[in-house]
Unconditional design. Structure first.
Lengths: 285, 221
């Protein structure tokens, strides 16, 4: 069996040194990345989906540490130790080594496929807060008990309908805490993207399409909503920070209040549907 | 040989600097150009804004003479300015002379007033909601929660205005009045929600995508 000479002919075990430095550096940086930096990366812990995304970030950033450390250690070690101080000297000839090449391919392929499998699993286990189109495939547990809320995009604001409350429409999103929500995201004009940042939800709002996304709320909090699809002049102002996740009794009281305020206008709304084709569709002159 | 290379490099460098400077001037001009800012008169009762909506802004006020637009009255003259400065935590009393016809709302929910102090009135009659299809425009400041649907003049109304400025004394219009409170300091956009840009796809191009016509800012200071 062929062995790799890592002494580079000078009797110094460079390979072992590099590996030792790499192991020490990885042992320091990996837990810091995973347990100190990772939890600080948004979206936070305001929904089950957001927490899942934070976990994903923790795993991924932890994974990058040994890889990044290895690259930097090899680079730094080479710059310092292998720097040729005699400008006229010839460098050590570099030859291929099939053993190292095979190991390199095996390790990198394993990392890439492993991350792909991890990412796919995380994405599909409950939809991960993303829009899944009209027929959501990756359903969270108890999805049959989810509460339906519709998100309607238009240039340039989102409004919300509650089919379980007579189909009323309101200007700000309120959700009950500790509840699984099935969001039906659509648009009346161009393509928008409904991004409830701290709830870990992002779903395209396409005209004529019911884009379903699931989110399970946790505790009372504000909801930070933005449009994430360039949609015209006021795209940058298409945000709403007046939404809230509230306790279930507070939500019931809020719904009653909204029914009083917006009851009259609800009478002229079209019946609740997953998509709308408003008339007049356009004023094209 | 070397001198030739240096000369070429210097020439290229000079060209890059000149092109960059010109591009910088163009971008700066584009960023800084826009409608003038207007500070309406204000007293202890609040600021007073008088505006009109017109179906066609006309050649006097814009190179895009057929674009729909808001105009504001400043020192007795109608001007195309949609950036207004008003005091923080104070009332703003708005009078709209609505000269344009109805286009209809895409979302009927926006046919109900929101976020006003008191009740809006059309020709002196209080209203909280209009028929969605009768909406000509809306005046909305989403970040302040303010929305007022503006009912269009009837299609068969006599003496309708062609090109702006339109004369409220002689031409068909609705007069809509309302009051809102500004809140804390900030820069808030306002807009129309009716797809009213005639001649543009979905009615949301041109004047709906250009500050100075159907959109603007409220600078609360």
């Amino acid at each position: 069996m062929a062995t790799v000479d890592t002494t580079r002919g000078d009797g110094v075990p460079h390979g072992r040194r590099v590996i030792l430095i790499w192991l020490v550096l990885s042992a320091i940086t990996t837990p810091i990345a995973a347990f100190v930096i990772g939890p600080l990366i948004p979206p936070g812990n305001d929904s089950v989906q957001a927490m899942g995304q934070v976990f994903d970030n923790q795993v991924l950033i932890a994974f990058t540490m040994p890889i990044t450390s290895f690259v930097l250690v090899v680079l730094g070690y080479s710059l310092i130790v292998f720097r040729q101080r005699d400008a006229a000297a010839q460098g050590v000839p570099i030859r291929g080594h099939s053993g190292i090449q095979v190991w390199w391919l095996v390790v990198t392929t394993t990392i890439v496929l492993g991350l792909a499998a991890f990412g796919t699993y995380e994405l599909v286990k409950d939809g991960a807060g993303g829009g899944q189109g009209p027929s959501a495939t990756f359903l969270p547990a108890h999805h049959n008990q989810a509460m339906d809320v519709q998100v309607i995009g238009q240039q340039w604001e989102f409004t919300y309908r509650y089919p379980t409350a007579g189909g009323i429409e309101v200007p700000h999103l309120y959700l009950p805490a500790n509840t699984l929500i099935r969001l039906h995201v659509t648009s009346l004009d161009v393509i928008h993207s409904f991004w409830a940042v701290n709830l870990g939800v992002k779903a395209d709002a396409n005209p004529g399409t019911d884009n379903v996304a699931y989110v399970e709320t946790r505790h009372p909090t504000k909801i930070n909503i933005r449009c994430a699809e360039l949609c015209g002049l006021w795209h940058g102002y298409m945000f709403d920070e007046r939404g809230h996740v509230v306790s279930q009794p507070a939500f019931a009281a809020w719904i009653k209040q909204q029914q009083q305020i917006y009851g009259p206008v609800s009478k002229v709304l079209p019946p609740y549907a997953t998509t709308y084709s408003p008339e007049p569709p356009l004023r094209a002159g | 040989m070397i001198g030739s290379v240096v000369g070429k490099l210097a020439g290229v460098g000079l060209g890059v600097v000149i092109a960059g400077t010109l591009i910088g001037f163009y971008i700066a001009n584009w960023l800084l150009s826009g409608p003038p800012t207007y500070q309406p008169p204000a007293n202890s009762a609040g600021a007073h804004i008088t505006i009109q909506t017109v179906a066609a802004v006309g050649p006097q006020l814009s190179p895009n003479k057929d674009w729909v637009s808001y105009l504001i009255r400043k020192s007795g003259k109608w001007q195309r300015s949609t950036i207004w400065t008003v005091p923080a935590n104070s009332l703003v009393h708005v009078t709209v002379y609505q000269f344009d016809g109805a286009s209809g709302l895409r979302n009927a929910f926006l046919s109900h007033t929101q976020g006003l102090v008191g009740t809006a009135a059309i020709d002196g009659k209080p209203f909280a909601q209009i028929k969605p299809d009768d909406a000509s425009h809306t005046f909305a400041i989403p970040q302040l929660g303010v929305l007022v649907p503006l009912e269009g003049v009837a299609d068969d109304a006599k003496n309708q205005c062609g090109y702006a400025p339109c004369d409220p004394k002689t031409m068909a219009h609705n007069t809509i009045t309302f009051t809102f409170r500004t809140g804390k300091k900030g820069k808030y956009r306002w807009q129309c929600f009716v797809p009213c840009a005639a001649g543009f796809q979905f009615g949301f191009g041109g004047p709906m995508q250009t500050i100075g016509y159907m959109d603007g800012f409220i600078n609360v200071v």
